[in-house]
Structure formats: structure tokens, C-alpha cells
Design a binder for this molecule. Structure first.
Ligand code: HEM
Length: 308
């Protein structure tokens, strides 16, 4: 397969979903939120990041529905996103840009590109061509685990009732430069709750944003950050492969979201949640998807922030 560039992938997103000037080319439908994170100082022996000093860190968050359609219904059986910008002392930043499936649906950028092309609405019917999707699935086995998860798990009834996964493997680096391979996830203290099949058919198209705003008005919403410690042989550069269930997990902190608001004009709107924005003590692996995200987000953010 010939490799694709970040601009080609953003072009493919635009060709599939249309261009919505000033807005994200993916995860365009979203809601801004504000809160804080308190890290567990026990994690400091794995990572020297300022995230884990135990002091509160302000967070600018954005919750989203995957895809480039600003009118996608909240019942769509697609991924939901949670993007976090941790504002550390001295102007340092840490980003975590996650979705609610445990694995991703592409091991290489080309698969993501081919999926975006395969799901493009047919001009004749206004709907994706089932034959093209079938052909995509048959030729891209790396998509199947995430696709199966999305088919067998209904979407959450609230952003507050979903877990979110970092998916990629990252490196934690300690004070004495020891590297530990980790994956992280955020587990909702409100519990995971999914729409029933009945609700999937009857729910209004836009319930996620008002539900989160109402939930934060009743009191703060919390997630536990859980870090899984990798072992030799665990996949380091393939985000479509889950790690074995029995890996050691440590609670790494608590995220508290205290307010939510429409994204228009709010703090999260202009932020480019590039997942390679990292604090000292956390570093990327050679996962080709993780590394490809940074230039793709730059192309999309460059366009929308200049009004395109
Ligand atoms: C080839 C792989 C991928 C490509 C090309 C891609 C592309 C994009 C683009 C262009 C944006 C909009 C950026 C902006 O305008 O600010 C975006 C947003 C987003 N992506 Fe990805 N993405 C990829 C993989 C992933 C993965 C693996 C995850 C989760 C682990 C993810 C989660 C998100 C989320 C949550 C957002 C919304 C961030 C926000 O709220 O601003 N993406 N993606």
C-alpha cells in the first residue's frame, strides 16, 4: 500500500463530510468543559510528569462525536471522544485525546484513509455504498476489532457515563530515566450506561450536550484515571491490539469536570488537542497512528483557525 500524507487524509475527511468553515474536520460535533485533575503521587515513581505531584491541575476539556458531520445524531454507533488539556505549572501542557473504544480501527494511516473513502455517501443515494464497505472490511482486517466493539456496544446515554481510552502505548519516564510502557483509560465514577436498543430508535438527535450541562449543574462529574503497566511482548506500536486482561492496573488520579457549555466561543473551541503535546516524563512510542495524528490535527487546525 502506498503511504498517505496528513493533507491527503484531511482532504478525504472533507470529501466525505463536506467542509464546515472554521470547524474541525473530524469530531466536529462537540461540547466544551472545564475542571481539574489531581494526580496520584504514587505514580511519580514511574513518571516524573508534573501531572503526578498531587497538586490540582486545571483542565480544559472537549467531549465529541466522531466524524466530520456537525449534525451527526447522538445515537450514531460511532466513537465518542474526550480530549483533555492539562495546564501544568510554568505554562507546560499535557494533552490526552481519547475515544470510548478500547482499541482503534486502523493499524496504519492508509486504513483510516480507506475507511474514510469507503464510508463516503454515494451521490445517487446520499448513503454509503454497502458494497464498498464490504470490500473495505474484507481487505482491512485491522479494522475488525473496533468495528465489532461499535456494533455490539450501544453508544453512551451521557458523556458522563462513558469510559475513554488513550488506546496507544505511551512511555512513562521516571526521575532516574527509567522507561515504563503504559496505556491509560478514564473510568466514569457515574458508571458506564449505554442507550437501550429502544432508546437508540427513539432518542432525540441532540441529547449529549444538554445532558452533560445538566449533570455538571447538579455537581461535579468524576473519572478515575487508570494506568495499565505493560509487560515484555505487549504490543507497543499497534493500537488495534488489546493488552491481556490480567495486566497490573494502578489508579493514577481523578479528573473532575465542574462545568460544561456549548463549544461556540468557549475555551476548548480553538485548542488543537494534538496528542503529541506532552509534559516532561511522558513520551510517545513509535505507534505509526499516534505519530500520524500530530500532522493531521495540524492541517485541520491550521485550516479552521484561519476561517477555512
Ligand atoms: C490516522 C488516525 C487519525 C486521524 C487521521 C485523525 C484525525 C483527526 C482530525 C483531523 C481531528 C480534528 C483536529 C482539529 O481540527 O483540531 C481529530 C480529532 C479528534 N481525534 Fe483523531 N485522528 C486519528 C486517530 C485518532 C485516535 C486513535 C483517537 C483516540 C485514541 C482520536 C481521537 C480524536 C478526538 C477525541 C478528537 C477530537 C479532539 C477535540 O475535541 O478537539 N483520533 N482527529
Amino acid at each position: 500500500d502506498a503511504p498517505v500524507s496528513a493533507s491527503q487524509v484531511v482532504q478525504a475527511l472533507e470529501d466525505t463530510f463536506g467542509v464546515h468553515p472554521g470547524q474541525r474536520r473530524n469530531h466536529v460535533k462537540g461540547t466544551c468543559a472545564l475542571g481539574e485533575f489531581i494526580g496520584n503521587p504514587e505514580i511519580a515513581r514511574y513518571s516524573r510528569s508534573a501531572l503526578f505531584t498531587g497538586k490540582p491541575v486545571p483542565v480544559v476539556a472537549r467531549f465529541s462525536v466522531a466524524g466530520g458531520n456537525p449534525n451527526a445524531p447522538d445515537t450514531a454507533k460511532s466513537a465518542r471522544g474526550m480530549a483533555l488539556e492539562f495546564q501544568l505549572p510554568q505554562g507546560h501542557l499535557q494533552h490526552m485525546t481519547m475515544i470510548n473504544t478500547p482499541v482503534f480501527g486502523a493499524a496504519s494511516p492508509k486504513t483510516f484513509f480507506d475507511l474514510t473513502v469507503a464510508t463516503r455517501p454515494d451521490p445517487k443515494t446520499g448513503k454509503p455504498d454497502p458494497e464498498k464497505i464490504k470490500a473495505f472490511k474484507a481487505s482491512h482486517p485491522d479494522n475488525s476489532e473496533q468495528a465489532k466493539f461499535l456494533e455490539t456496544h450501544n453508544p453512551p446515554m451521557s458523556y458522563a457515563n462513558s469510559a475513554y481510552f488513550g488506546i496507544h502505548t505511551f512511555k512513562f519516564i521516571s526521575q532516574d530515566n527509567k522507561t515504563t510502557l503504559v496505556r491509560w483509560q478514564f473510568v466514569p465514577q457515574d458508571g458506564e450506561k449505554r442507550l437501550s436498543d429502544e432508546e437508540l430508535k427513539s432518542a432525540a438527535p441532540n441529547f449529549l450536550e444538554p445532558a452533560l450541562i445538566r449533570r455538571t449543574q447538579r455537581g461535579p462529574v468524576r473519572w478515575d484515571m487508570v494506568v495499565t503497566i505493560g509487560e515484555p511482548g505487549d504490543s507497543e506500536d499497534n493500537p488495534t491490539l488489546a493488552w491481556p486482561q490480567e495486566r497490573r492496573q494502578i489508579k493514577a488520579g481523578v479528573l473532575t469536570i465542574s462545568a460544561a457549555m456549548s463549544q461556540k466561543g468557549a475555551k476548548c473551541e480553538p485548542i488543537n488537542y494534538d496528542p503529541l503535546v506532552m509534559s516532561d516524563g511522558i513520551a510517545p512510542t513509535n505507534d505509526p497512528i499516534l505519530l500520524f495524528r500530530s500532522p493531521s490535527y495540524a492541517v485541520s487546525a491550521g485550516k479552521r483557525l484561519s476561517g477555512q
